[in-house]
Ligand binder design. Structure first.
Ligand code: CP
Ligand code: NVA
Length: 330
């Protein structure tokens, strides 16, 4: 069946079929090939997009910025403090103003409802650059990276270790279910994804010959995995006070040599980044000082190993975001 997603928003992978995701991945591969070969692709000249960030970003912001510029578009960036949105102007009013000026809107912030409202009121495609609940553009990059490494997605054994109910845990569970992977969340019970979302993901996985499984047992969770994935233990927007409990809960779920050793010898390590794998960041140094640990969700050894594909993932953010912008605007 032909795929056409022109005019659609990209808010969560729950809204997209496996064929539509496949289409976006194939398009991203084509954009990557063009970029690598220096083939110009200014297909969206005369269009303009705006990037709204209520949280900080390196990869997502730069990906939208470079993708927009490669496609020949005008790109406006609004940082957390520099628009009226939310403080002096409602989301609905902001959306109606931006929709009059721009062809598409990227939003990174807190509630999923905000990005949904932007889409509802702006009348133009809205792309979710991360909310507390979901991070769908990251998913395309992760799927593309796995496909590049293994030549397939279907049937891969994927283990996510850490805070399994944050935006990454939720989104990876859905992405794997849509594309027929065997997803395991390996986490303490308190940090399992919400039961309703798990049920939804299990139903989706069943349709696509995949599965969704939750376990607290690290040895069971990492056994024969093709992919081990983790994310920071405390996400943007969470209070500093949660660090102590999160470290206590998640220390056994650190991705280290033992976890990788229990996976397949061909296994890869993935992380959306940024990552606390040493003390070379302000927060990393503060945590080391306060709690006496120098590595958190992943050891420096694993992060820097040949199994680690984290910088391929980071690059693929740009190619996949370009595909989303192009497919929804063109
Ligand atoms: N992975 C990711 O979204 O990175 P940024 O927070 O730097 O955008
Ligand atoms: N869970 C992390 C993802 C960062 C890309 C956060 O929300 O901070």
């Amino acid at each position: 069946m032909p795929v056409n997603i022109r005019g659609r928003s990209f808010l969560t992978l729950l809204d997209y079929t496996p064929s539509e995701i496949r289409y976006l991945l194939d398009l991203a591969k084509e954009f990557k090939r063009m970029k690598r070969n220096g083939v110009p692709h200014r297909y969206l000249e005369n269009k303009n997009i705006v990037l709204l960030f209520e949280k900080t970003s390196t990869r997502t912001r730069c990906s939208f910025q470079v993708a927009g510029s490669d496609l020949g578009m005008g790109v406006t960036y609004l940082d957390p403090g520099s628009s009226q949105m939310g403080k002096k102007e409602s989301i609905a009013d902001t959306a109606r103003v931006l929709g009059r000026m721009y062809d598409g809107i990227e939003y990174r912030g807190y509630e999923q409802k905000t990005v949904e409202d932007l889409a509802k009121y702006s009348g133009v495609p809205v792309w979710n650059g991360l909310t507390d609940q979901f991070h769908p553009t990251q998913m395309l990059s992760d799927l593309l990276t796995m496909e590049e490494k293994f030549g397939r997605l279907q049937g891969l054994r994927f283990t996510y270790m850490g805070d399994a109910r944050n935006n990454m845990g939720n989104s990876l569970m859905i992405a794997c279910a849509k594309m027929g992977l065997h997803f395991t969340a390996c986490a303490p019970k308190q940090l399992f994804p919400a039961p309703e979302l798990v049920a939804k993901a299990q139903a989706i996985a069943a349709e696509n010959h995949g599965s969704v499984h939750l376990t607290e047992d690290v040895s069971e969770g990492t056994k024969d995995a093709d992919v081990i994935y983790t994310d920071i233990w405390v996400s943007m927007g969470e209070p500093e006070a949660v660090w102590e409990e999160r470290i206590r809960l998640l220390r056994p779920y650190q991705v280290n040599a033992a976890a990788m050793g229990n996976a397949k010898p061909t296994a890869i390590f993935m992380h959306c980044l940024p990552s606390f794998h040493d003390t070379k960041t302000t927060i990393g140094a503060e945590i080391a000082e306060k709690f006496g640990i120098t590595e958190m969700e992943v050891t420096d050894e694993v992060f820097e190993s040949s199994q680690s594909v984290v910088f391929d993932e980071a690059e693929n953010r740009m190619h996949t975001i370009k595909a989303v912008i192009y497919a929804t605007l063109c």
